[in-house]
Design a binder for this molecule. Structure first.
Ligand code: PHB
Length: 376
């Protein structure tokens, strides 16, 4: 690879921002919020350690008590949560990083035991996902969700709107609307979960109506250029699928153009690894979207550089590599080996596997100083 091909570490623009590089930290659920699903000091440390990413997108963050799907995931719907997130945004900004909050409603990927009123989770239609919900008492089979009534939809849009307002108060640089991975907005988009007969089901236009209304509300608060949308056309995680994902998501990408978004963020693979997405043309989605495209899904440095050099992506986001390598950008720059991620500490727990991954030493090779991790 020639120097000219190396774009990953060069600065770039996104919306009104100059980013230090083309490296994005993907949203990563870590289940380490404090009581009341409030971000705590440890979470601020974690994000600050990763501030050399061009852009951090936070872990998925519920927009309302109804939107929660797992214990210990943070929210953005109470004053305490806003205060908690202020510590995170300050810590990242103190290190000259940029950070967007991911706005999340899980829809049917919840459980009555996680709901404030003990009621059923909500979705586009009353279709029970295969698999288990993650409850405080361990895994429990998913329940059949309750289909949202048409007159409840403005309330869902309102949840995203208030969360977007709260994110602004918390000092974020922008927000990402989570319309991927089988959660609520994706449950409306795809045709194995949406059998509605009102204006929110049937045609692609109708299935996209909720995402359009949410995007309208969120861009009202933030302006389009500080809002991203995340999609996952071929992901079957959370028991979701579509009979024609290329047509559905090309349509969605095209329709999103009217919001002049900061970016479209696409999970290009199937997170379950179970389904062959061969034959699916990610480029069709990219070609239908006029703004910046963030590619995601098992990229390493070489593949990311190739995607940037050929123009098939404008930025690349990394998930698991960022769990284990807070200084991923520095490691890419140095051509240094990466730490391995410990899967046992991905979800829940304390600092172990969270804020204790070693960074490259500035002491030089073969440093023997106590506590010095030199991987060069
Ligand atoms: C997860 O908890 O495994 C998870 C959460 C949000 C996502 C994807 C996966 O978008």
């Amino acid at each position: 690879m020639t120097g000219k091909d190396k774009m990953l570490l060069k600065p770039t623009y996104l919306g009104p921002y100059t980013l230090a590089n083309h490296i994005v930290m993907a949203p990563l659920t870590r289940c380490r919020a404090g009581a009341g699903n409030v971000p705590q000091a440890m979470n601020a440390d974690y994000y600050a350690e990763r501030a050399s990413a061009g852009l951090i997108i936070t872990e998925a963050t519920q927009v309302s008590p109804q939107g929660v799907g797992y214990p210990m995931t943070p929210g953005i719907h109470t004053p305490e949560q806003v205060e908690g997130w202020k510590k995170v945004t300050k810590a990242v900004h103190d290190k000259d990083g940029r950070i967007f909050l991911q706005l999340w409603h899980v829809g049917r990927i919840s459980h009555s035991s996680l709901q404030e009123d003990g009621g059923l989770p909500v979705s586009a239609s009353a279709i029970r996902p295969r698999g288990n919900a993650t409850t405080a008492a361990g895994p429990k089979p998913f329940e059949t969700p309750r289909a949202l009534k048409t007159n409840e939809i403005p309330g869902i849009v309102g949840q995203f709107r208030r969360a977007a307002e709260n994110a602004l108060m918390a000092g974020f640089d922008g927000v990402e609307i989570h319309a991927a991975n089988g959660y609520l907005l994706d449950q409306f988009l795809r045709d194995n979960t949406n059998f509605r007969t009102d204006g929110y089901g049937g045609s692609r236009k109708n299935r996209m109506r909720l995402l359009s209304e949410v995007t309208e509300a969120v861009t009202d608060i933030w302006g389009g250029d500080r809002v991203g949308v995340r999609l996952s056309p071929v992901n079957t995680f959370n028991d979701i699928s579509d009979t024609d994902p290329e047509a559905t998501f090309s349509y969605v990408a095209w329709e999103l153009n009217r919001f002049n978004l900061a970016y479209l963020h696409v999970v290009e693979h199937d997170m379950t690894g179970g389904k062959d997405s061969a034959g699916f043309n990610t480029q069709a989605i990219r070609d239908n979207f006029a703004g910046p495209y963030i590619a995601n899904g098992g990229y390493d440095q070489a593949r990311a550089e190739a995607a940037l050099a050929s123009g098939v992506a404008d930025l690349v986001s990394f998930g698991v590599p960022f769990i284990a390598n807070p200084d991923l950008a520095e490691r890419f720059a140095a051509g240094a080996p990466l730490n391995d991620a410990d899967r046992d500490t991905f979800y829940g727990g304390d600092e172990k596997g969270y804020t204790d991954y070693p960074v490259l030493s500035s002491h030089g090779a073969n440093c023997l100083a106590e506590g010095c991790h030199n991987y060069l």
